[in-house]
Design a protein around this ligand. Structure first.
Ligand SMILES: [Zn+2]
Length: 150
């Protein structure tokens, strides 16, 4: 089994030494893609070791207004588990960032229930997906949200 195909997405700075650990960046890349697809703010990800907990890899999510929030992944977890965990944390960041920008603070919005609630990250059968928290319906794989119809 080869696992999920993760396309190369640059996370962190390209100066060659400030790169976020792959266990975190490969999960983060998919969630950031969903942010971008949905037109939500996308954080500037910077490598920062803010925890000494064994096996925990960390970085910071920076917003354009200078605020920042930590994000982490457990290196020993499977990729789907890391993706879902990172999705939870990025969702928290996105809601705050949207709120600060004066925009509706729901991300990602549930396509079945507009103006109601965000989707929830879940890992059914080793697959990281967004589900509707009300119906439990699987909406899409994390990293594959479609652009909203406008
Ligand atoms: Zn829903």
């Amino acid at each position: 089994m080869t696992g999920c195909a993760v396309e190369a997405v640059t996370v962190g700075h390209a100066d060659g030494r400030d790169l976020v650990d792959i266990a975190l960046s490969e999960a983060l890349a998919l969630v950031l893609r969903d942010l971008g697809t949905c037109g939500a703010p996308v954080p500037d990800v910077r490598d920062k070791r803010w925890s000494n907990f064994p096996g925990q890899v960390t970085a910071m999510l920076h917003d354009t207004d200078g605020t920042a929030q930590g994000v982490f992944a457990m290196a020993a977890e499977s990729l789907p588990q890391r993706i879902a965990s990172v999705a939870d944390q990025v969702q928290e960041w996105a809601v705050e960032a949207l709120w600060r920008a004066g925009r509706p603070a729901t991300w990602p919005e549930c396509p079945e229930h507009p103006n109601s609630h965000p989707l929830t990250a879940a890992v059914p059968e080793d697959r990281a997906v967004w589900i509707c928290p009300r119906t439990g319906h699987l909406v899409n794989d994390i990293g594959r949200l479609p652009a909203p119809d406008r």
